[in-house]
Design a protein around this ligand. Sequence first.
Ligand SMILES: Cc1cc2nc3c(=O)[nH]c(=O)nc-3n(C[C@H](O)[C@H](O)[C@H](O)COP(=O)(O)O)c2cc1C
Ligand code: SF4
Length: 672
Amino acid sequence: MPRDPRFDILFQPLKIGPVTAPNRFWQVPHCTGMGFSLPQTLATMRGVKAEGGWGVVNTEYCSIHPTSDDTPAPYATLWDEGDIRNMAAMTEAVHAHGALAGVELWHGGWRAGNVLSREAPLGPESMLAARVPWQSQRMDRQDIRNLRDWHRAAALRAKQADFDVVYVYAAHTYLLTQFLDSSTNPRTDDYGGEFADRARLVRELVEDTREAVGDRCAVAIRIEVTDEDGKGGEERAGFLAELAPLVDVFDVTIPDYGTEMGPSRFVKEAVLEDHIAHVKAATGKPVVTVGRFTSPETMLSLIRRGVQDFIGAARPSIADPFLPAKIREGRLAEIRECIGCNICYAHDGLGAPIRCTQNPTMGEEWRRGWHPERVPALIGKVEPVLVVGAGPAGLEAALTLGRRGAQVMLAEAGNEPGGRVTLESRLPGLTEWARVRDWRLHQISQMPNVELYLASEMDRATVLETGARHVFVATGSLWRADGRGRSHPRGVASFSDPRTMTPEAILNGARPKGPVVIFDDEEYHIAAGLADLLASEGLDITYVTPAGRVADWSAYTVEQSRLQSRLIERGVTILTDTVVTGLVPGTAELACAYTGRSSRIACEGFVPVTSREQQDSLWTKLKDAGLTSLHRIGDARAPGLIAHAVHDGHRFAREHLEPPDAVEVRRERPIC
Ligand SMILES: Cc1cc2nc3c(=O)[nH]c(=O)nc-3n(C[C@H](O)[C@H](O)[C@H](O)COP(=O)(O)O)c2cc1C
Ligand code: SF4
């Protein structure tokens, strides 16, 4: 389908200083969990983004010096010659597709604990470094001179590595923000006090960077439009105007990271518009901002109305590296929209290469050679495949097998496809999670070789009746009602009680009687989401968890603090460091997770969210059926995240009938 000419404006080149961006799609700096240690993995992934049409592709935060070391979080480095070579792999991969490559020069200040480099952290003040019990060295004039030298040297290395855009990074509570913000800068010298003095270091680094690279590279600044407390907007606007002659592009945001990269549960598309709308007029320079943009209409509107010049995107570019190409080619329905789950960010936080719930190829471009838009065709005689279960694993497997040319029957026992995705998207705020189902259903609906059969429960006999010699069992998992989980590996006999109700039952519409006790032994989001849902309906809820806070693991997805606030606001009673040990009539028995001290609370309804049981009995029954191939995938194999299920479905479908030596998982071992 040809592109709607209305979208042409998104593909107009724009000059930024000495370079020209080929279009308006700007992949803002985002971590990858790859950093300096996996340069080929990183370069290949960034190259795929450029291939997919992102006009500017940036690095993650890139340390300028060993005094800025965020270990164990993976980050990029431009410390020395070896880094130039590694970074050049990325710029080459990006340039190969006509895109510009940008680098975000980073000093973490006291937020960098320097665990690896063992340098003292630096800061405008001596302050505790992040997540460690040691403090920064208060920077004196010489330290500031050193910092300027390191920044200038890193900018020159960036130029050598062939970057086109060099960022000064004055956001996200790192060193420059620590100087800028009055709440973190108590200095009384030229670098503290009034805003103009607190901003001195930023101004100097912009000047230094301009001088170092301005003939070859655009100078960008990533900066917040207010102070940490949301105030100081006018001063900041004046400062941006003052910087404008030296800066080619302003990448602007707000200090609230939980909103900037907010999960869809709490934050919707284009949330920054009102905050940054003044920057273009104030500076007269091109502006980038983010907002989990996946709607081409929203993008068009923002550019047309002059709110911004570039569509900044991290997560949308992770979920669909080919988003710009799909708009360019009029293939809007093929855009794989980010669902805002922040599983990408969680894995960076875990120190592992990022992955994506929607895009199973993310992070696998080099390691497994996976491309988001291409799969190898099946070779030889193509035999029909039966996929049992249309949850996230089954849908992805059916789609990928279909793309490979197989004739696919996708059988779903229920009347609705989507499995756990359909259920979980009923939790408050999670409607966008249904995109995992809907995108795949739409793609499948366009494929004549994939047929979906609803209300088709399969057993051994009906599977064999289909005549399919290849079967994928994607029958998911169910929450255990017997309490088996971390706290009670063998379960709790008294949980077998008429008051006990599983998460699936509630998400299918059943309701417990109050007062309800929800036992969160899993510690991700389901129990907290159920507490939110039931409390919103007026039920008296007590949320119990052995963790020290609500939905502990959701801190990785930037949801924890808002989930906890939400439960507090809803009037949910929260009992942390506590385990439910049993049910007796009218009450639940509790124990302190540390001392074992017992107590009781009223309980007429009980929801254990402990662990799940894989539903793989069909797979077991088919093992001796003489099938040519039989796979158990997704939660039916090992209950996990939706991202695991999608990845598993993709992987087994991609590897289906491939010769073993064609299925390579490369390990990257840097030598310099
Ligand atoms: C996995 C991940 C890593 C990120 N790392 C960085 C980073 O290194 N530097 C930075 O300035 N912003 C970083 N961000 C923030 C993004 O640049 C962006 O501002 C945010 O994700 C909101 O944009 P989006 O809605 O398009 O995702 C990161 C975001 C994600 C999702
Ligand atoms: S992991 Fe989730 S938030 Fe991150 S890009 Fe993928 S769909 Fe979006």
